[in-house]
Design a protein around this ligand. Structure first.
Ligand code: TXA
Ligand code: MG
Length: 341
């Protein structure tokens, strides 16, 4: 099934939302838009639906899913307790791109938590997602709607590229906003710990609570990540991505060197850098002065190299400030090499 819904018309009684909600209740899996990326949703309490999600994505069984809810009160039905910090975050940032890791009460199907005692929950800030979640009435497990390892989908077309024929339906609500997945914060300890950087930054969280830590694995590759998904290769386009960590002169030198070797080179930069570089295949990805625009366009730009048959993609690095932390986290995971002077 392919359904289109206008964001302005999204409501629980909209016929398309009703049909998609029924599909979820019948243990089918469907892709739907959120403010971050498209999710592949299934009833989180159904073993059958959860198995379908893992199968369609080709996802490793040990990587748990995020559960999406349409009303804040639904959290209580999924966890053993709501610590104060979690309540504070929910009040400040939900609906929004923030996933809270809490202690699971076992209501969801086993596969959702992948054997962990904790569960990731979020309430997305998107009219289509909220209407669908409310219409279905069930908690909805939804990883990003890409084949495992690929860049997350920011449009229904991306979902089709990866999952066409493998899922029951796609709910097309246009292009997503943030463009990167939600921030994942572990709220089961004394101090909140960011396991995956995302749309809500460390600075945002620190406006609300005195201290927030970063999972050591985010800084040191030798540490074992607490978020199982963070250990896999991710977000990768088909050609190898090499990150350039140097000035524009160095960047140009690398482009020229590789071209002299006879390589077909793709280049991905901000619009500011694009004006100062020379390369036959150059795609711009947002503006350095608005890093949120880089985030919004990142996955689409990475995917757009797939049809160019390039041998290698050279990508620009960004400052690790604000949402830049999340951008660089995804770029480093997607890349096979980091090239420095
Ligand atoms: O923005 C998003 O979060 C999107 C949209 C669809 O909501 N979803 C998403 O899901 O990015 P996924 O499955 O691609 O990423 C979920 C991440 C993985 O890194 C996973 O390991 C982590 O969340 N995660 C889920 N449950 C966890 C848990 N109980 N403990 C630690 N990490 C968990
Ligand atoms: Mg994902």
């Amino acid at each position: 099934k392919y359904w289109e819904v206008n964001n302005e018309e999204a409501a629980t009684d909209h016929p398309v939302i009703q049909a998609a909600g029924r599909a979820l209740k019948q243990e089918e899996v469907i892709a739907f838009p959120t403010e971050t990326v498209y999710g592949l949703g299934g009833d989180a309490t159904s073993d059958r639906a959860v198995k379908k999600i893992f199968a369609a994505k080709g996802r490793p069984q040990d990587n748990p899913l995020i559960v999406h809810i349409g009303k804040k009160e639904q959290v209580e039905t999924l966890v053993t307790e709501i610590p104060d910090m979690a309540q504070t975050f929910m009040d400040a940032f939900w609906p929004g791109p923030l996933t809270l890791i809490l202690k699971s009460n076992g209501t969801c199907a086993k596969g959702v938590t992948a054997g962990l005692s904790t569960i990731g929950i979020r309430m997305p800030d998107h009219p289509v997602a909220l209407a669908l979640l409310q219409a279905s009435g069930v908690p909805v497990a939804a990883p990003s709607a890409n084949r495992s390892g690929r860049p997350s989908p920011t449009s229904a077309a991306h979902v089709q590229e990866d999952l066409s024929g493998k899922i029951y339906g796609i709910l097309d609500g246009g292009t997503t906003g943030v463009g990167l997945e939600s921030t994942v914060v572990d709220c089961t300890g004394e101090v909140p710990v960011i396991l995956r950087p995302g749309g809500i930054t460390k600075e945002d969280l620190e406006q609300i609570v005195p201290e927030v830590r970063l999972d050591p694995a985010l800084k040191d590759k030798k540490e074992k990540p607490k978020s199982p998904g963070m250990k896999y290769t991710h977000y990768a386009p088909k050609a190898p991505l090499w990150l350039i960590n140097g000035d524009l002169e160095f960047f140009q030198q690398k482009i020229d060197e590789l071209r002299t070797e006879g390589k077909k080179v793709g280049v991905m930069t901000s619009k500011e850098s694009a004006e100062r570089l020379n390369a036959p295949i150059l795609k711009t990805c947002g503006s350095r002065s608005h890093l949120s625009s880089v985030a919004a366009e990142l996955y689409h730009t990475l995917r757009s190299f797939d049809s160019e048959q390039v041998d290698v993609i050279l990508g620009e690095s960004f400052p690790k400030k604000g949402i830049g932390v999340a951008i660089m986290n995804r770029l480093e995971k997607a890349s096979t090499r980091i090239i420095e002077p």
